[in-house]
Design a protein around this ligand. Structure first.
Ligand SMILES: *Cc1c(COP(=O)(O)O)cnc(C)c1O
Length: 230
């Protein structure tokens, strides 16, 4: 991404710079896919308490190696396959990319059995993007009553990943659409879900996301450098 701000310095310095630039109430999730546990410990030492991973096996290996960091909140930010749903509920506090009703209902059932109540964001896609999953506004509205019935889930957020190639005006407006949709759902006449969290903003677009009301930014490259293109 050409507009990616490349920060110099150590992980600790980058964490400090980004943290300073964010409003205090915005949660900084360090996206640590393909990042070593050594680098994760450096981020932890610099104050990071939220890690985001998108591959289950990689995440579980790292959780095993970082067991001594007991106050970390783990976020699953990847696509959840049905056969991995149970392991995701068992291993993560937050599930960010719930993109279909059947998955929400499956997670709800599992959370009931496992006696837990994961925090869940619904991944929305309010613009055309063939490379991404997500709820359209119409699909989400149509499913609200069934989502409302998912009592074992703490359905508290919307999550978005923007398509590539938008202008800065389009980026801001896309994030604002997500923010407006969350407000509409909070005030829904029959099914007012408490959607107070907005998981939006990555290294290339987090400033616009924050401007539009993001409460959680998911940052990888700007903290840890470019990933190999695996
Ligand atoms: C990889 C990833 C990120 C972080 O992206 P960067 O551009 O490295 O900041 C954020 N969200 C999701 C869902 C991701 O998969």
């Amino acid at each position: 991404m050409s507009d990616l701000l490349v920060l110099k310095g150590s992980i600790a310095e980058r964490v400090a710079l980004i943290r300073q630039s964010l409003p205090a109430k915005v949660r900084l999730i360090a996206v640590t896919k393909q990042v070593s546990v050594t680098a994760m410990r450096q981020a932890y030492a610099a104050g990071i308490r939220d890690f985001g991973e998108n591959r289950l096996q990689e995440a579980r290996d790292k959780q095993g190696q970082l067991q001594d960091l007991t106050d970390v909140t783990w976020h699953f930010i990847g696509h959840v396959q049905r056969n991995k749903a149970k392991a995701v509920v068992e291993s993560f506090h937050w599930i960010h990319a719930v993109d279909r009703l059947s998955l929400a209902q499956r997670l709800d059932q599992l959370a009931g059995v496992l006696e837990t109540r994961p925090k869940v964001c619904l991944q929305v896609k309010l613009w055309s993007d063939s490379t991404k999953q997500g709820w359209s506004e119409a699909d989400l509205r149509a499913a609200l009553s069934q989502l409302y019935a998912c009592q074992h889930l703490n359905l508290c957020g919307l999550m978005a990943i923007l398509p590539l190639g938008l202008t800065s005006t389009e980026i801001l407006s896309a994030f604002e659409q997500v923010s407006n949709l969350a407000a509409q759902i909070r005030h829904h006449e029959n099914y007012p879900l408490p959607i107070h969290q907005l998981s939006m903003g990555m290294s290339g677009d987090f400033q616009a996301a924050v401007q539009a009301g993001s409460t959680m930014v998911r940052l990888g490259r700007i903290l840890f450098g470019e990933r190999s293109s695996l």
